[in-house]
Design a protein around this ligand. Structure first.
Ligand code: TRP
Length: 357
């Protein structure tokens, strides 16, 4: 069986380091592994509209931002097809058929939808489109026969629901669709990066993000202002490492060679942590270390972004040809789907066979 990746992001803002460690870095790794026959990376504008219907300009203005972030992070258009969701009408059609296979109560039980409804204060009035977005996400995945879906942990219930739809479809209409698996980052620290204020989630509305496109100075300022252990008042005091954002970020970003380069008095990150726990290691010093690490990690991304910004016409063409290629793939799958559902009326004249005299 072919190995196919599909994943994507909603274009509601620039991408931040949570996206980078939670999913982007994994995609680039999978892309470079050479293990996959096809890779599709989708800018999920239609999904973004499910809770931004009144703000199409917000979605539109972030299409190029997300595309630039993708290319900056190392997605290579020669290896990965980058496309825009709404340019593939097959996805909408497929969603409509899948809606018949999912119950309202099953959607209500989807933990991601539940959490997001709460976050948006939608309890009293949920847009139907938003409520159904797990179905549309199943369409996104299956329209490309994706076998692997690299996502953050918060998306696992979506993949689970997609697998259920695949089972139901295949059981009802015959083996047609391919069942996907989620791919999570292997580094546990990357599953959920907190905001720089220590809040559990990095989100634009909370103003606690570090963006891939942040300047080196902005990055430094954000790191130096980061929330740490509030009880670590004096340098001599013992400090807490667990749940401390500075150390969570170090777990996500620090490579062994960075300790050697930027903290040569320590043999490993574990030694730095032990010193902090014992007392005697100040927050400023640890933050400076984190700053060096993140500058080293984000610098090349920032430079690549600047290069692509100079070639913005090329970025436009990458999205356009990517969308054309993606539509061809989705159309072929839709042909199979229509045949299985017996709604392929005009591929042959069988519809009128029984009426022939
Ligand atoms: N829900 C994803 C997000 O919040 C975006 C997305 C849409 C997606 N369709 C997808 C992810 C299909 C993986 C597979 O960013």
């Amino acid at each position: 069986m072919k190995k196919v990746i599909l994943t994507g992001d909603r274009p509601t803002g620039r991408l931040h380091v949570g996206h980078l460690v939670g999913s982007l870095r994994e995609r680039v790794k999978l892309q470079e592994s050479g293990d996959f026959d096809e890779i599709y990376i989708m800018i999920a504008d239609a999904q973004a509209l499910t809770d931004n219907a009144e703000h199409p300009e917000k979605v539109r203005s972030n299409i190029m931002q997300v595309a630039l972030d993708y290319l900056a992070a190392g997605l290579d258009p020669a290896k990965s097809t980058i496309f825009i969701q709404s340019m593939i009408p097959e996805l909408t059609e497929l969603s409509f058929y899948y809606m018949n296979l999912v119950t309202v109560s099953r959607l209500q039980r989807n933990p991601t939808v539940k959490a997001e409804i709460q976050m948006r204060n939608f309890e009293a009035s949920i847009p139907v489109g938003f409520f159904c977005y797990p179905i549309s996400q199943a369409a996104d995945i299956t329209a490309f026969r994706a076998t692997h879906v690299p996502v953050g942990e918060d998306q696992l219930p979506m993949i689970e629901q997609c697998r259920e739809i695949v089972h139901k479809f295949n059981a009802t209409y015959g083996e047609t669709l391919t069942e996907p698996d989620a791919v999570l980052p292997s580094n546990k620290a990357c599953l959920r990066l907190p905001g720089i204020d220590g809040k559990a989630k990095m989100s634009k509305s909370l103003g606690n993000c570090i963006y891939l496109a942040d300047s080196s100075e902005d990055l430094r300022k954000k790191i130096m202002s980061m929330y740490t252990d509030p009880n670590h008042l004096r340098v001599e005091d013992p400090g807490q490492v667990e749940g401390n954002p500075v150390f969570l970020y170090l777990d996500a970003f620090c490579r062994p060679e960075y300790v050697q380069e930027f903290m040569p008095d320590y043999a490993s990150l574990d030694e730095v942590k032990a010193h902090y726990q014992r007392g005697g290691l100040g927050d400023v010093k640890v933050k400076k270390f984190l700053n060096s690490v993140m500058q080293a990690e984000l610098g090349p991304i920032r430079e690549r972004r600047a290069e692509w910004e100079k070639r913005i016409d090329d970025v436009y063409d990458i999205l356009k040809s990517g969308s054309e290629k993606a539509e061809k793939t989705a159309r072929a799958v839709l042909d199979d789907v229509r045949a299985s559902m017996q709604i392929d009326y005009f591929t042959d004249r069988k519809l009128i066979d029984m009426y022939r005299v």
